[in-house]
Design a protein around this ligand. Structure first.
Ligand SMILES: Cc1cc2nc3c(=O)[nH]c(=O)nc-3n(C[C@H](O)[C@H](O)[C@H](O)COP(=O)(O)OP(=O)(O)OC[C@H]3O[C@@H](n4cnc5c(N)ncnc54)[C@H](O)[C@@H]3O)c2cc1C
Length: 328
């Protein structure tokens, strides 16, 4: 962007070297890093303007989930500039000025610091990869097969340099695949890993497996069950009703293929669903797992109950409804 280098900017690395709080901070990019840092700085008292070229923040996440975090951001006073096309940066008397075009017109925003959170690229330069026959490109990184072998079969890769899931735990488990395949004649596959993730905004968004759009793309029919936290006693008591547990199962069965949780500690709660997915426990069986009352994780059992209710025959449903009315 013209003027950005001259104006000076922070990255996801240099931002942690700040020794003074910027009174006004612009964050470019509303992906996980941009959102986490925007909210952190807002809570430290900075005036934060978050620029994003998409129509809503965290646009890779489940749209309902991202919508809840977006509302929280607006309530906390983060200024969102969506569908933003930043055109240039200049230094002026009132600070670093970002010029931006939006469908609502042109904007000029003056700040003290600019944080760029518009994505990271693999660091493939200077490793001499060409000389050892390891293919790569600058956007996707080192080319690997499902066993994490590079195009030089005696060289393996793991982590951000070769994977689309750029997470610490993903790099860790990919490294285990490499060790088994390279040293112990293993036949482990990256695609066999179930990798969950979490965005540490407040509330958090945690996800594992398919989103609805993934299932659509692969032509897999799914049923979706959703339990809002406004109906979960512990979340009501905690005043943390903005959130939900959403579980996708294969149509006609209870095999869990994906789940999203929005909650203050969604990353902690998700593990139960990841365990169910990796060990082949269906959503119906989760209904019989006793959860202490009142806990927010009860929402997961309740989603199991929702699934089981769909299995009832019309006659049993009628009796059940009458019983529910009778017991109040
Ligand atoms: C701000 C931020 C927040 C994040 N938060 C989370 C989070 O909450 N949870 C999560 O799971 N993930 C998070 N991530 C992503 C996570 O940090 C990465 O996915 C993870 O570190 C990848 O591990 P890695 O070993 O592949 O790469 P890295 O951790 O980047 O390690 C690569 C190492 O190689 C070294 N290196 C590079 N070039 C050379 C060279 N030529 N010679 C020798 N050494 C070299 C680097 O110095 C570095 O130490 C975050 C990332 C950022 C930037």
């Amino acid at each position: 962007m013209p003027g950005l280098s001259e104006g000076g900017f922070l990255t996801n690395e240099t931002v942690f070297d700040l020794t003074e709080q910027p009174r006004r901070l612009a964050v470019i990019g509303a992906g996980p890093i941009g959102c986490e840092l925007a909210q952190a700085f807002r809570r430290l008292g900075s005036e934060v303007t978050l620029f994003h070229r998409g129509g809503h923040i965290l646009n890779r996440e489940d749209a309902d989930a991202a919508g809840i975090v977006q509302r929280a951001f607006v309530d906390e006073g983060i200024r969102l500039v969506l569908d933003a096309k930043l055109t240039r940066v200049e230094r002026a008397a009132d600070g670093k000025v970002l010029h931006c075009e939006t469908p609502r017109g042109a904007m000029r925003v003056a700040v003290d610091e600019i944080l760029v959170g518009a994505g990271r690229v693999p660091n493939v330069d200077g490793l001499g990869l060409e000389t050892v026959g390891v293919a790569y490109d600058h956007r996707d990184g080192v080319t690997v097969n499902d066993r994490l072998q590079t195009t030089n079969s005696r060289i393996y890769a793991a982590g951000d340099i070769c994977m689309s899931e750029k997470f610490t735990h993903a790099a860790d488990f990919a490294a285990r695949v490499v060790i088994q395949n390279a040293l112990f004649m293993g036949r482990k596959k990256l695609s066999a890993l179930t990798i969950p993730w979490c965005t540490y905004t407040d509330p958090e968004i945690a996800h594992v497996g398919f989103y609805e759009r993934d299932a659509d793309k692969r032509g897999i029919a799914i049923d979706t069950y959703l339990r809002p936290f406004s109906e979960v006693d512990r979340a009501v008591a905690d005043a943390e009703e903005d959130g939900f547990v959403k579980v996708h199962v294969r149509k006609g069965g209870d095999k869990i293929v994906g789940a999203t949780i929005v909650a203050r500690h969604a990353g902690e709660m998700l593990n139960e669903l990841t365990l169910a997915m990796t060990s082949g426990v269906g959503l119906g069986r989760l209904a019989s797992v006793i959860h202490p009352y009142p806990t927010q994780a009860e929402a997961i059992r309740q989603v199991g109950d929702m699934f089981n209710r769909t299995r009832l025959t019309p006659r049993v449903k009628k009796i059940f409804a009458a019983w529910l009315r009778w017991t109040g």
